[in-house]
Design a protein around this ligand. Structure first.
Ligand SMILES: Nc1ncnc2c1ncn2[C@@H]1O[C@H](COP(=O)(O)OP(=O)(O)OP(=O)(O)O)[C@@H](O)[C@H]1O
Ligand SMILES: [Zn+2]
Length: 745
């Protein structure tokens, strides 16, 4: 051993205490980085992904051992020790990398993203063991008095742990009998295993697919079976069976013992959709959305983490659930703006679903009858594959779409349904079929004014009119929730009885219909009448049972529903979505109206769609009438490309807000001055603004917007980070960053 260095165990090092292991822990708070913690002596060093409890200030929080070296800035002596290792499966590397990616992409602190992945602290605690009663060994049933014998008989017949109350009920005795038997040692408590059985997903039945459906299903099944990463657009007209096809991909994942995640816009998470899963698989999927109770969230989160939930159907936040072994991600209605979270971490769930699938090395399926231009551009670039279903299933054809030119056949004064639409409704009702009138505006009238002095009712907190809601007799702001009673007299001039509603909301259309079609049974469907999945299901069932003739609704009824007897769709104001200069106004209007129209004639009777418009020659109207989606997309793409707008360019918005207009202006100006490049212009990018946001005042906050417009190859995040670090924004102002904005309010 001569020459080799040796370590003297008695050397000076031995006298110092062994260096304590330290691990970085990311906590679910808006923190930019993980903090270091000491691993208490005798503990194994927890690997990245371990869910731990760690002290911060005076409290103890659940966090995740993070990747990479810690920041190392805290001297060892000051390092606080971990409080506990929590009894939950570790967070997978794919999910940790997703969190890091979302944080980088949206410029949100990683801890704020982590919070979305640890949304129910209660799920991280060990489930409390539950106990049930069984018969003590050796008890002679025959020797017991009558009441006790009845209890013993139940337990002999069904020797499983019983809850005391249930046992008493089953035996037909009072609860006192059970507790006295327990005290006497005749019954003993044993732990009840957690209700953890995997649902049986084999009893449902798939339909016989058409050749086109079967071919699409085959391709998707193969991708899932082989764990082939990459995204596929599954498109096809409304009612073509896209859902049936992606359910096959889900079935394939489940057959391989892997999990499947299906993301839906919150609004589409209806009982009807869940029922489709139940029918296909024989068992209900796990459901995840914002309305769940804490208990349901805790159970579902744990079931997912422990691999006991093979299929999860959820709104965008389901993207951050702790799947140990995901096999496929489906994003249904992928074009929906609702996938973008607008508050807090402003992420786009469709885009980040693609990231999660990529990080997990699994296929993603994007589903839509009217795909987003973003997705279509990715198909064009060869980044996504595409499967197309060309026609409606079975005998159902596409509905016939016609525009009603309001200039030629205007509604009568003070009314909103034109003579041709009224005639079509009468015909449909006369045939015993159902009609749907669509208007994407809640309430009775979007504006109230005084005929005497012209006073308009405006929200005191927002740049917005107050909307009259006649059933509750209130004027409401749809942005901040401000509400006030409708006054008798004009607050400006004092004139009485001079207040006039201007324009229609669904309540006003319903009123007009009640007058015009006195015998018709009318259902109004908007978020004023429908509170949550339960009441939506109630309405849907009434419509299915044909207890309703005429449905009047907002976008709540536009999507996903399948009502076989509904043959006529009337769009009250087809121009509504085109107002305002939003980049995506035409695209979104087309998608929405096409979806609404797609509710007509889905079964054996032909459907008809009537669009009331003042501009029948407008591009969107022509596209809807001709049904030529490809041409519309080509025209829209050409415009975006010419202007360098998404999907051919990139955008990021900075929204400045402050209680004082002058502070908002000063902050916006400071940002403008610090803008990257020369005068806000550089290689591949340009800063636009500041300008007052379309909602210049919202909830009492004055708002200004700046827009960074860049080429696709520009590193927008790097520009933004550098920009924000240099800008000296007054403390009283707030700056929000929205990368890839979807809303321009
Ligand atoms: N092969 C099939 N056999 C029997 N029924 C089918 C088949 N394909 C589709 N259907 C039925 O046709 C209707 C429309 O299908 P589905 O909802 O899957 O279409 P979709 O393309 O997802 O529609 P949308 O885009 O409007 O949501 C459903 O009631 C579905 O059960
Ligand atoms: Zn308001």
């Amino acid at each position: 051993m001569a020459g080799s260095p040796t370590i003297d165990p008695q050397g000076p090092d031995a006298k110092r205490p062994a260096a304590r292991a330290r691990v970085p822990v990311l906590l679910p708070l808006p923190l930019a980085q993980a903090y270091d913690y000491a691993v208490p002596e005798g503990w194994p060093v927890p690997p990245p992904g371990t869910i731990v409890a760690a002290p911060l200030g005076g409290r103890v929080l659940a966090g995740v051992v993070w990747d990479g070296p810690g920041d190392g800035s805290v001297p060892e002596a000051k390092l606080r020790p971990l409080a506990a290792l929590l009894p939950v499966p570790p967070m997978t590397e794919a999910l940790r990398r997703l969190i890091a990616f979302v944080a980088r992409w949206t410029l949100a602190p990683p801890g704020a993203v982590l919070r979305m992945a640890l949304p129910v602290p209660a799920a991280l605690e060990a489930p409390k063991p539950r106990f049930g009663l069984v018969l003590a060994p050796g008890v002679e049933v025959g020797s017991l008095p009558k009441a006790r014998a009845r209890v013993a008989a139940v337990l002999t017949e069904a020797p499983v742990p019983w809850a005391a109350a249930e046992l008493a009920r089953a035996a037909g005795v009072g609860p006192g009998v059970v507790s006295s038997m327990r005290n006497a040692g005749l019954l003993v408590a044993v732990p009840i295993p957690e209700a953890a059985a995997l649902p049986d997903l084999t009893t449902g039945s798939p339909p016989v697919l058409s050749p086109a459906q079967a071919e699409a299903a085959r391709v998707l099944r193969a991708a899932v079976a082989e764990r082939r990463p990459g995204a596929t657009l599954l498109d096809g007209v409304t009612g073509s069976g896209k859902t049936e096809v992606y359910l096959e991909a889900v079935a394939e994942a489940v057959a391989h013992g892997r999990q499947a995640l299906v993301l839906l816009p919150e609004i589409a998470l209806s009982a009807q959709v869940i029922e489709r899963f139940r029918q296909r698989f024989g068992s209900a999927p796990a459901v995840w959305h914002s309305e769940l109770s804490t208990a349901r969230r805790r159970d579902t989160w744990r079931a997912v983490a422990e691999g006991r939930a093979p299929i999860v159907v959820g709104a965008r936040s389901a993207l951050f659930l702790p799947f140990p072994d995901l096999g496929v991600i489906v994003v249904d209605e992928e074009h929906e703006a609702a996938f973008k979270q607008e508050e807090g971490v402003t992420y786009h769930a469709r885009d980040m679903a693609l990231v999660r699938a990529h990080l997990s090395g699994i296929p993603a399926i994007l589903v839509s009858a009217t795909p987003s231009l973003e997705t279509l551009a990715n198909v064009e670039r060869g980044r996504h594959a595409r499967l197309h279903l060309p026609s409606r299933h079975g005998s159902a054809g596409m509905p016939q779409v016609e525009a009603i030119d309001l200039r030629a056949t205007p509604p009568a004064r003070g009314q909103f349904l034109s003579p041709p639409l009224v005639a079509a409704i009468e015909e449909a009702l006369g045939r015993g079929e159902q009609a749907l009138l669509f208007l994407n505006r809640r309430g009775f009238a979007p504006l109230t004014l005084c005929r005497a002095c012209g006073h308009r009712f405006q929200c005191p907190n927002c740049t917005a009119w107050l909307v009259e809601h006649r059933y509750v007799k209130r004027l409401e702001c749809h942005h901040c929730g401000h509400a006030e009673p409708v006054p008798e007299a004009c607050p400006a001039c004092g004139a009485e009885g001079a207040l006039t509603p201007v324009g229609p909301g669904v309540e006003r259309i319903a009123a007009e219909c009640r007058e015009r079609f006195p015998g018709a049974r009318i259902a109004e469907m908007s978020s004023d009448t429908i509170h949550g999945a339960h009441s939506a299901a109630h309405y849907a069932a009434m419509i299915e049972r044909r207890e309703v003739d005429l449905v009047i609704g907002t976008q709540l009824v536009a999507k996903g529903w399948h009502f076989p007897h509904l043959t006529l769709v009337g769009v009250v104001d087809a121009d509504l979505g085109l107002a305002g200069g939003d980049l995506r106004a035409a695209e979104r209007s087309f998608q929405l109206l096409h979806q609404v129209g797609g509710r007509a004639g889905r079964a054996d009777r032909p459907g008809r769609v009537l669009l009331q418009t003042w501009a029948p020659d407008q591009r969107v109207m022509r596209a809807l009438v001709s049904g030529d989606i490809d041409r519309f997309v080509a025209e829209e793409m050409a415009e975006r490309q010419a202007g360098g707008w998404p999907p051919y360019g990139r955008l990021a918005a900075l929204i400045v807000s402050a209680a004082e207009a002058s502070v908002a202006d000063a902050a916006a100006l400071a940002l403008r001055r610090a803008a990257p490049g020369r005068g806000g212009e550089g290689e591949g990018f340009r800063v636009l603004g500041p300008a007052p946001a379309p909602l210049a005042v919202l909830r009492g906050q004055h708002r200004r917007r700046l827009l960074l417009k860049a080429s696709r190859s520009t590193d927008v995040q790097a520009l933004l980070r550098d920009w924000l670090s240099r800008a000296e924004v007054p403390r009283a102002a707030r700056v929000e960053v929205d990368v890839d904005p979807v809303s321009f309010l």
